[in-house]
Design a protein around this ligand. Structure first.
Ligand code: SF4
Length: 253
């Protein structure tokens, strides 16, 4: 799928302040920018994929308000940078998280937004499915932290190993961690293949095993399988942690 770019800006779903609920920076205060659309269709996905389905973007009125106003889409890079700077003024954020959907469908927009944020900005955090290496290269200089999902064939229409390998080869130059969402459907074969990929490019970086939140018939992983997967991963990689989606426990966005 090609990069999606609207003239004058991008259609965003929401912009808000919350706590990072997953991965290496779990618990950190972050600003979230959620884009429309994704280039994959994972079986457990609870995200809406339609492009241009949001005439308005929900923007939090202040970092601790949980009150929202509607802003007309598309939003320009300058306007988004202003919104983010205003939200960051009252409460300092560890990072601005570009999420989705797949944020790399909007790589040139991200680059422009970051160029308007100035030097005193929070770190730039990319939550990606790790299948768009060309788009990563385009905005690489604007990104500080990468959270990359390893996508298993059992949850996709077709495997994406080749694209993920190219992506990892670049992403490992950054503050990168990888994430595997594991379910009862995850096979040992694909799990081993994912580990081989990570151990080739990022053996010293964190791997998070995230038990799936059951959706669309995908089954939760048993504790025994989860622990067996962690032992297997720890035999090849330096840092392997099981971290569930904590924002669901706290009922945060
Ligand atoms: S990569 Fe993420 S947003 Fe895209 S389909 Fe998979 S789970 Fe959904």
């Amino acid at each position: 799928m090609e990069e999606k770019r609207n003239k004058g800006g991008e259609n965003l779903i929401e912009v808000f302040s919350s706590i990072q609920g997953e991965g290496k920076y779990v618990g950190c205060r972050q600003l979230f920018v959620r884009f429309e659309g994704c280039n994959l269709r994972c079986t457990y996905c609870d995200t809406e994929h339609t492009i241009n389905a949001h005439p308005m973007c929900r923007v939090e009125t202040g970092a601790n308000t949980e009150q929202y106003r509607d802003v007309k889409n598309p939003i320009s890079p300058e306007s988004l940078a202003n919104i983010l700077q205003t939200l960051d003024k009252e409460t300092r954020h560890q990072a601005i998280s570009f999420t989705g959907g797949e944020p790399l469908l909007h790589a040139s927009f991200i680059k422009e937004v970051v160029s308007h944020l100035g030097d005193r900005r929070p770190k730039i955090f990319l939550e990606t499915n790790g299948t768009m290496p060309g788009a990563l290269k385009e905005c690489m200089d604007s990104i500080d932290i990468i959270s990359m999902d390893i996508k298993f064939p059992s949850i996709l229409e077709k495997p994406v190993w080749e694209r993920q390998e190219k992506f990892l080869a670049h992403a490992c130059q950054k503050d990168l961690y990888t994430k595997m969402v594991v379910s009862e459907e995850t096979t040992e074969e694909e799990f081993r293949k994912g580990l081989a990929l990570i151990s080739r490019y990022a053996p010293g970086k964190l791997l998070c095993l995230q038990p799936v939140t059951p959706f669309h018939g995908v089954r939760a992983i048993s504790t025994a399988r989860l622990l067996a997967f962690q032992s297997l991963a720890a035999s090849l990689l330096k840092d392997v942690r099981v971290i569930p989606q904590t924002h669901r426990m706290l009922q945060l966005a």
